[in-house]
Design a binder for this molecule. Structure first.
Ligand code: KIV
Length: 286
């Protein structure tokens, strides 16, 4: 199986068709996504919401993200695994950014890291890249700025804010990022950024003109109750899982499960010894 590198991801910019990237947060989901041929798996800090039950991505800690990233890396053979740097693991200083990015590569076994922010994150991006760690940028709606944005709101709708995002994207590229996520911006702005930049743009809620699209695992599979506007449920696995668990519960209660193929018998002689000692009686299954 070919291992996807940042070189392979950069080459996707020149393909006529857009590519699909997806999040994953554990060993099993990473195996499933990797088997489907997705070239880039992001261990998003959306884990804080879909895996840990927080209301925003802000509470995700470095330790939690490291544990999830290492599990995803163990489940991935081909895709490039990108670790999302959690809130306050890189904003505070260039030194913190280098230390956190280094941990994701050494302990998390990731192939790259992602961080949110434009021009003001240039020192962090270039310092991490200078250490030999590939960086993916993220501009537009940056969920770690939830409070500053007064909620999850589409960014870049006015001329001034659109110009600011164009400058942010260009700065992220100049700082050395190998790709960039464009989240929650108008499609025309995403098209312009995609045209301007040499690195691949990966959109989420940013229209069809990006070089690639990225989505959250739980959203496209219909695992949660809520589906954001930017997504499509390609399956309703949440309902399927609940129905399957209800079926399991019913079959346990009715005695349909387990059946002999699910367990092992003792040899006759040992059975006899046990029942002679009075241990063979089963109040539920006489
Ligand atoms: O945390 C995340 O999952 C993300 C993407 C969806 C881009 O940042």
């Amino acid at each position: 199986m070919t291992k996807i590198t940042i070189k392979s991801i950069k080459q996707l910019k020149h393909k006529p068709e857009p590519f699909a990237a997806l999040t994953a947060y554990d060993f099993t989901s990473a195996q499933l996504v990797d088997k489907a041929g997705i070239p880039l798996i992001l261990v998003g800090d959306s884990a804080a919401m879909v895996m840990l039950g927080y209301e925003t991505t802000i509470p995700a800690s470095l330790e939690e993200m490291l544990m999830l990233t290492a599990a995803v890396a163990r489940g991935t053979q081909s895709a490039l695994v990108v670790a999302d740097m959690p809130f306050m693991s890189y904003q505070s200083s260039v030194e913190d950014a280098i230390r956190s990015a280094g941990a994701f590569i050494k302990k998390g076994l990731a192939g790259a890291v992602k961080l949110e922010g434009g021009r003001h994150m240039v020192p962090q991006i270039s310092a991490i890249v200078d250490c030999g760690i590939p960086v993916m940028g993220h501009v537009g709606l940056t969920p770690q700025s939830f409070h500053q944005m007064s909620g999850y709101r589409i960014q870049g709708k006015t001329e001034t804010t659109a110009q600011a995002i164009l400058k942010d994207a260009a700065a992220v590229q100049s700082a050395g990022a190998f790709s960039i996520v464009l989240e929650g911006i108008p499609a025309e702005l995403a098209r312009q950024i995609t045209k301007d930049l040499d690195i691949p743009t990966i959109g989420i809620g940013a229209g069809p003109h990006c070089d690639g699209q990225i989505q959250v695992f739980h959203d496209i599979l219909g695992l949660g109750d809520f589906a954001p506007k930017h997504t499509r449920q390609f399956a309703r696995l949440g309902a399927l899982i609940t129905d399957s668990v209800v079926q399991y519960k019913k079959e346990v209660a009715s005695g349909k499960f387990p059946t002999p193929e699910n367990y092992t018998h003792l040899s006759d002689s040992i059975q006899k010894t046990l029942s002679a000692r009075g241990n063979g009686a089963d109040p539920k299954r006489p």
